[in-house]
Design a protein around this ligand. Structure first.
Ligand code: PDD
Length: 279
């Protein structure tokens, strides 16, 4: 693995060490971003840095680096990794302090970043689609913040794995929120429907890019609540994420979605998404 970044230094992974008193370890007191890189160019870096700022503000953490310093760090990390396509992970915690829930005073945040090669979603996922299961969304009420406190997401995603599925779609009070590690959009009566951006889901960068592509190319779309019953009778369901692009979901809780094959809107959006990947 190429060098990682920790608190101002680039160093081999096995030399990157954090105290067991780091609040990221003790409380999951941190925020993060995952940024896709194509042809050594980060995709929508400004949006990812803006969302990182939003998450830092949301958990009342000081900003450890300026946007320019983040960009320099991320480009340096990308330079050190041989693969042209990568996924960069950046992570900030509230730092190292004796265990106490209240914020420590005068503590430097821990800043960590790493990158790894990024492959496109497997061809079979695009050809046949993937299976998803649904579950009650038992996460907290600030899912708009990209925090490292991901235990609920971990448990929900594992339910999908246990069922031999790829993703777990989450339902809160009768409405679709998102996936355990992705956004979810549906096509109903030929219209692309996206659950609205609010505190119940992460404002995905891929979700944004997909809606913007739909807007530019005249694909009918709407940001509005999607009822569970609508999800179940949708012609198409898809997940979006920075690492998985757009993936058709063709089986939901063991039932076929639409005709059980990837649908035309999903495939068109996937094709349009490839344009974003050309630097
Ligand atoms: N996760 N919702 C959740 C809960 C997510 O974890 C993610 C992505 C998304 C999609 O956001 P974006 O399009 O900006 O990647 C939505 C990343 C990839 C992860 O945790 O690894």
């Amino acid at each position: 693995m190429s060098d990682v970044y920790l608190n101002g230094q680039f160093l081999p992974l096995d030399q990157a060490k954090v105290s067991v008193l780091d609040r990221g370890f003790i409380f999951g007191d941190g925020v993060y971003e995952v940024i896709p890189v194509y042809g050594r160019t980060p995709l929508a870096l400004d949006r990812h840095l803006k969302r990182l700022e939003y998450s830092l503000n949301g958990v009342r953490m000081p900003h450890p680096l300026s946007s320019e310093a983040w960009a320099t760090l991320i480009l340096e990390l990308i330079d050190r990794e041989p693969s042209a396509d990568q996924s960069v992970y950046v992570h900030v915690t509230r730092g190292v302090a004796p265990r106490d829930h209240a914020f420590p005073k005068d503590v430097a945040p821990t800043v960590f970043a790493m990158t790894k090669p990024l492959s496109p979603p497997p061809a079979a996922w695009i050809r046949d689609g993937v299976a998803a299961v649904t579950h009650d969304d038992f996460r907290w009420l600030r899912c708009d913040l990209k925090t490292t406190s991901l235990l609920a997401n971990v448990l929900l995603r594992q339910l999908a794995v246990d069922a031999g599925a790829t993703e777990c779609l989450l339902i809160r009070d009768g409405f679709l929120t998102e996936g355990a590690a992705s956004n979810a959009l549906v096509v109903l009566d030929g219209r692309l429907l996206a659950p609205p951006r609010n505190h119940l889901l992460l404002p995905g960068i891929t979700y944004d890019l997909v809606l913007e592509a739909a807007q530019r190319h005249g694909i009918p779309h709407e940001e509005r609540p999607v009822a569970e019953a609508e999800l179940r009778r949708a012609e198409e369901v898809m997940l979006t994420s920075s690492t998985r692009e757009i993936v058709p979901i063709t089986c939901l809780d063991g039932q076929p979605v639409g005709n059980g094959r990837p649908g035309p809107v999903t495939m068109r959006l996937l094709e349009l998404y490839q344009e974003y990947k050309r630097p």
